[in-house]
Write a protein that binds this ligand. Structure first.
Ligand code: NAD
Ligand code: UD1
Length: 344
C-alpha cells in the first residue's frame, strides 16, 4: 500500500532519483527543498517520468520549524521521512565549518524535533563512507572504527550519533545509510547530477570532458599504494542507491519496535580512477584525455564497502554495472549539456 513520505533535499542528485523510484512504487511524496544546490525542474521531470501527480513541493529551509510544519501538514499524516538535505563539499566544510554544523547537524535536529511533534518517528538518513576516515583494512564493515577527518564527515557522524540516542530514548526507527560513490543517472537521460561550477567529483568531470565543456581530466595522483597508483573507490549507480532507500523505508515501516540500523550502501567492488576512465571510454567509444597531477589534499587512497549487511538485513544488493553507470551518466550529459539550466 502507498505510504506518505516526506523527503528533504528531494530535488538534489540522489533525492530526485529516489523520488522517482518512490512515485513509481505508488507512494505519495512531500518534498522540502530550498534549491540551494538544485533546481525545481528536477522535480517537474520526476513527476513527468512517473506519470503521476502525487508530489507536493514545499520550498524552504529545513532549519525553519515553520517550513517543516507546513510540510507535515500539506498532505496529511506522514508515515516516514528520508533526509537528504545537507551540504556535501569537503573543501567548503573545511573553509566554513560553522555552516556545515548548522545545516547538517542543526538542520537534522530541527527535523527530528518536527518529526516528534507530528508523531512520525521513522527516518532514513544520508550518511557517508567518509565517516571511516583513512581506513587501512578492506572491505569496510559498519562495525569498523569511524574517524572522520573533515567537518563534513564529522557532522554526518554527529547526526548518526544523535539519531542513535533518539532510538535509545524512545520508539524511533532509524536507518543511517553510509553511501559510497553514487554516479550515473536515470536511464531516460532526463534527470541526473547537475553540479554548479567546476565539478569536484570524478564522474561529472569525465562526462563534461566528454561533452567538450572541459579540456582534460586531471587525475589526482598516481603514487597511491593501489594497483595502478590512482585512488580506489566503490562507485554505485544512483538508481541502485535510490532503490536501496525504498527498500530501507519498507523495512523500517515493518519494524514493530525501536530499531537503529547503520548500513553501507555500495557494490563491494573497488575501481581506480583509470578503471573508471577506461570503462567510460569503452561504454561510449569516446576518448578522455587526462594529465596526472598532484594528489588532492584530503583524498584517501581507497574506500571500498563490505555490502553484506545491507544484503542480510534488507535483501538489497546493487545490480548495475560500471558500463551502465557510464552509459546512463553520458546519456544525461548529452541530453542536458548545461544540466537543468537552459543553454545560453
Ligand atoms: P545534492 O546537493 O544534489 O542534494 C541535496 C539537496 O538538499 C539539494 O536539493 C539542496 O538544495 C537541498 N538542501 C541543502 N540544504 C538545504 C536546507 N538547509 N534546507 C532544505 N534543502 C536543502 O546532494 P546529493 O548528492 O543528492 O546528496 C544527498 C545527501 O547525501 C546529502 O546529505 C549528502 O551529504 C549525502 N551524500 C552524498 C554523497 C554523494 O557522493 N553525492 C555521498 C555520501 C553522502
Ligand atoms: C568526495 C568527497 C567525499 C564526498 C563525495 C561526494 C573529498 C576528499 N571527498 O569523495 O567526502 O562524500 O565526494 O560528494 O572531496 N579524482 C580525480 N580527478 C578529479 C576528481 C576526482 O582524479 O577531477 C579522483 C579522486 O582523487 C578520487 C576519485 O577520483 O581518487 C574519486 O573522487 P570523487 O569523485 O571526488 O569522490 P571522493 O573523493 O571519494
Amino acid at each position: 500500500m502507498g505510504q506518505r513520505i516526506l523527503i528533504t533535499g528531494g530535488a538534489g542528485f540522489i533525492g530526485s532519483h529516489t523520488c522517482l523510484v518512490l512515485l513509481e512504487a505508488g507512494h505519495e511524496l512531500v518534498v522540502v527543498d530550498n534549491f540551494d544546490n538544485s533546481s525545481p525542474e528536477a522535480l517537474r521531470r520526476v513527476e513527468e517520468l512517473s506519470e503521476r501527480s502525487a508530489l507536493t513541493v514545499v520550498e524552504g529551509d529545513i532549519r525553519q520549524p515553520l517550513v517543516l510544519d507546513q510540510a507535515f501538514r500539506s498532505r496529511g499524516a506522514i508515515d516516514g521521512v528520508i533526509h537528504f538535505a545537507g551540504l556535501k563539499a569537503v573543501g567548503e566544510s573545511v573553509a566554513d565549518p560553522l555552516r556545515y554544523w548548522d545545516v547538517n547537524l542543526n538542520g537534522s535536529r530541527v527535523l527530528a524535533a518536527a518529526m516528534e511533534q507530528h508523531g512520525c518517528r521513522t527516518l532514513v538518513f544520508s550518511s557517508t563512507s567518509t565517516v571511516y576516515g583513512e581506513p587501512e583494512q578492506f572491505p569496510l564493515r559498519e562495525d569498523m572504527t569511524t574517524a572522520p577527518v573533515h567537518p563534513y564527515a564529522q557532522t554526518k557522524l554527529a547526526v548518526e550519533q544523535m539519531l542513535e540516542a533518539l532510538c535509545r530514548s524512545s520508539s524511533w526507527r532509524v536507518a543511517c545509510l553510509r553511501y559510497f560513490n553514487p554516479v550515473g543517472a536515470h536511464p531516460s537521460g532526463q534527470i541526473g547530477e547537475d553540479p554548479l561550477g567546476v565539478p569536484n567529483n570524478l564522474f561529472p568531470f569525465i562526462t563534461q570532458v566528454a561533452a567538450g565543456r572541459r579540456d582534460r581530466l586531471q587525475v589526482f595522483g598516481d603514487d597511491y599504494p593501489t594497483n595502478d597508483g590512482t585512488g580506489i573507490r566503490d562507485y554505485i549507480h544512483v538508481m541502485d542507491l535510490a532503490e536501496a532507500h525504498a527498500v530501507t523505508l519498507d523495512h523500517l515501516l515493518q519494524q514493530p519496535v525501536s530499531s537503529c540500523l547503520t548500513l553501507n550502501i555500495g557494490t563491494g567492488t573497488g575501481l581506480s580512477v583509470l578503471d573508471v576512465v577506461k570503462g567510460f571510454e569503452t561504454a561510449t567509444g569516446l576518448t578522455i584525455p587526462f594529465d596526472v597531477v598532484e594528489r588532492r589534499p584530503g583524498d584517501v587512497p581507497r574506500l571500498q564497502a563490505c555490502p553484506e549487511q545491507a544484503k542480510t538485513v534488507l535483501g538489497w544488493t546493487a545490480r548495475r554495472s560500471l558500463q551502465e553507470m557510464c552509459r546512463d551518466g553520458w546519456a544525461w550529459q548529452q541530453a542536458n549539456p548545461m544540466g537543468y539550466r537552459q543553454p545560453a
